[in-house]
Design a protein around this ligand. Structure first.
Ligand SMILES: NC(=O)c1ccc[n+]([C@@H]2O[C@H](COP(=O)([O-])OP(=O)(O)OC[C@H]3O[C@@H](n4cnc5c(N)ncnc54)[C@H](O)[C@@H]3O)[C@@H](O)[C@H]2O)c1
Length: 323
């Protein structure tokens, strides 16, 4: 299988190093309009060829898979071209900048009968999957609140902070949470958001508080900011709470486990009683790429495709007040 990776920015190493680990797969070419970047990735990963023209590469008959690591506002163009060229496609999240683009992408990939997997890497993260298993076991009770708070500089490139291009953290990073919550909690009931542009990196909302309620009674609360200066950071919170207690990442107490291969989630319940749950650490980026490779090789539907991409995008657009 020959792969072309489009875009040599921040995320591309996590694709390139993992494609390299799969026997029978070759990344034949990397594409970027920034020649220096493309050359850097070529050298680092021993890629034969570089290009600055993704349309030309997409249409090359020797390429089987198009891996889209381009900025979000280019996903639509690259995916549509790749589908029309009959290529199977891995496309980074978010699926697209607008709803119209995303529905178009789903329609065309279906018509052209090509596979489309979206980069919802958290679906392959053993930590989040273990949390989901515990929530579903109702250890916290029938209704839970997933609380997520973080504040930092956010993504490194300017386009992430432009409203029309990347639309900031509540489209970009938070889409992992929306997608995972869609899978874990089900249908969205209400979306409330209070967003602002606190920083000066662009015109997108970069800071805010959102609450998403699901028909199941569960809730996702996020308090995020990308407004801080480079390498600055506020405190982080990531936990689940319910009437019977709380689930926290990490080992909050005495417990023996194999630190080389395992991680712990701690449940703190009535009278402070602790229970520990382990899960195997994994490389979610490898498991994600490998899962797509297997779908293509065995002609199966990818684990996470266009429908899920649109559902998560709809939540993001509601948060942003665009839908
Ligand atoms: N799954 C994850 O956890 C994760 C993490 C980071 C980024 N992403 C997603 O991956 C995508 C890329 O993000 P990134 O952080 O690598 O961005 P980036 O800005 O670091 O890299 C994008 C690259 O695309 C190149 N590019 C821009 N226009 C081009 C064109 N017309 N032709 C060829 N190359 C072009 C740029 O020169 C740059 O090198 C985004 O959609 C982002 O949301 C996903």
């Amino acid at each position: 299988m020959k792969v072309a990776v489009l875009g040599c920015g921040q995320i591309s190493p996590l694709h390139l190093e993992n494609w390299k680990k799969i026997p029978g797969v070759e990344v034949a070419v990397v594409v970027d309009i920034d020649h220096k970047r493309a050359m850097g990735r070529q050298k680092e990963y021993g890629i034969k060829e570089i290009s600055d023209d993704y349309t030309k590469i997409i249409n090359r008959p020797d390429i089987d898979i198009i891996d889209v690591c381009l900025p979000t506002y280019l996903h639509h163009d690259a995916v549509i071209k790749a589908a029309r060229a009959g290529k199977d496609i891995f496309c980074e999240k978010p699926m697209a900048r607008t709803h119209k683009e995303a529905t178009d992408m789903l329609k065309v990939t279906r018509e052209c009968q090509v596979k489309l997997q979206l980069g919802f890497v958290r679906r392959f993260c053993n930590a989040w999957l273990k949390m989901q298993e515990l929530v579903k076991s109702e250890i916290l009770g029938p209704r839970v609140i997933w609380r997520s708070a973080s504040a930092n500089h956010g993504a490194p490139s300017e386009w992430f902070f432009q409203k029309d291009l990347g639309a900031g953290p509540f489209l970009d990073g938070a889409i992992h949470n929306y997608d995972f919550a869609n899978m874990m909690f089900g249908k969205v009931k209400t979306v409330n958001s209070n967003l602002l542009t606190l920083g000066t990196k662009g015109d997108a909302f970069d800071t805010g508080i959102i609450t998403i309620e699901y028909d199941s009674g569960h809730m996702l609360q996020m308090n995020w900011s990308w407004a801080l200066p480079w390498l600055s950071s506020g405190d982080y919170l990531e936990d689940f709470i319910g009437e019977k207690g709380a689930l926290l990442y990490g080992c909050h107490g005495e417990f023996n486990y194999d630190k080389n291969t395992e991680e712990v989630i701690t449940f703190i319940g009535q009278d402070g009683k602790r229970q520990f749950f382990t899960y195997k650490t994994n490389d979610m980026f490898f498991d994600e790429i490998y899962s797509f490779y297997k779908a293509v090789k065995n002609n199966k539907a990818p684990l996470v495709g266009g429908e899920e991409g649109i559902k998560a995008l709809e939540v993001a657009l509601k948060v942003l007040g665009e839908l």
